[in-house]
Design a protein around this ligand. Structure first.
Ligand code: IMP
Length: 209
């Protein structure tokens, strides 16, 4: 991070102790507990503290992660971690991007969301490329307003029809570069070792501990 004069500022370290995870998703809390437990971090979920879920009004993944983490830190008086992630398809100018969850609609049907991605790509014509990437932004905020953010990414292509029943969301239509199977066909351990989330957490751990 650099200050107003372009000087590099030291990244703030995270001390062992309580950390609010600004998410109401038990799966995410569990995953983060496993990743940060070895550093003496005790995760508490935003749901346990009855914290509200803010509207994601940011225009970047980092902005959305920061606004969620800053609100949770402010309301709880504890450091807080939030994430924001999604699939960006080059041919669609980065869509569904920030709207990745919303493309699945009220019923959270990712069959519908994947079909919408493919239909929109096909509508661009036969010459269009299939490059895509997943992004994961992580923001760590403190009650005094300080925030650190990290972004992870995995590059690949979208494939059709969707393949495999592992994972979640857009996994069955995303094939990471250098592999001939989709995230939906990949063993979870293998995906977790190379995903956008793994990349973002590796950056966070290297910086704040
Ligand atoms: P959020 O960050 O929890 O808001 O999730 C955003 C959306 O991005 C999810 O609902 C998924 O549709 C999509 N997404 C994020 N990460 C992944 C992934 O690892 N695999 C498949 N879909 C993902």
């Amino acid at each position: 991070m650099s200050d107003d004069f372009g000087q590099e500022q030291a990244i703030r370290k995270l001390k062992p102790g309580k950390l609010v995870i600004a998410s109401h998703n038990p799966g995410k809390i569990h995953e983060i507990a496993a990743l940060l437990g070895p550093y003496g971090i005790e995760p508490i979920s935003a749901a346990d503290l009855d914290l509200p879920e803010p509207e994601e009004t940011g225009t970047t993944f980092i902005a959305n992660a920061e606004l969620k983490a800053m609100q949770a830190a402010d309301l709880s008086g504890l450091p807080a971690l939030a994430d924001d992630s999604g699939l960006s398809v080059e041919a669609l100018g980065g869509d569904p991007g920030l709207f990745s969850a919303r493309w699945a609609g009220e019923s959270k049907d990712f069959g519908v969301a994947m079909q919408r991605v493919w239909t929109n790509v096909e509508a661009k014509g036969p010459e269009v490329g299939h490059d895509a990437h997943f992004v994961c932004a992580l923001a760590l905020a403190w009650p005094d307003g300080h925030v650190e953010a990290f972004e992870g990414r995995v590059d690949g292509v979208i494939v059709w029809p969707p393949r495999g029943d592992q994972g979640f969301g857009y996994d069955p239509m995303f094939q990471p570069n250098g592999h001939d199977i989709s995230f939906g066909e990949m063993a979870p351990d293998k995906k977790h070792a190379m995903s956008h989330r793994a990349d973002a957490f590796a950056k966070l751990v290297a910086a704040v501990f």
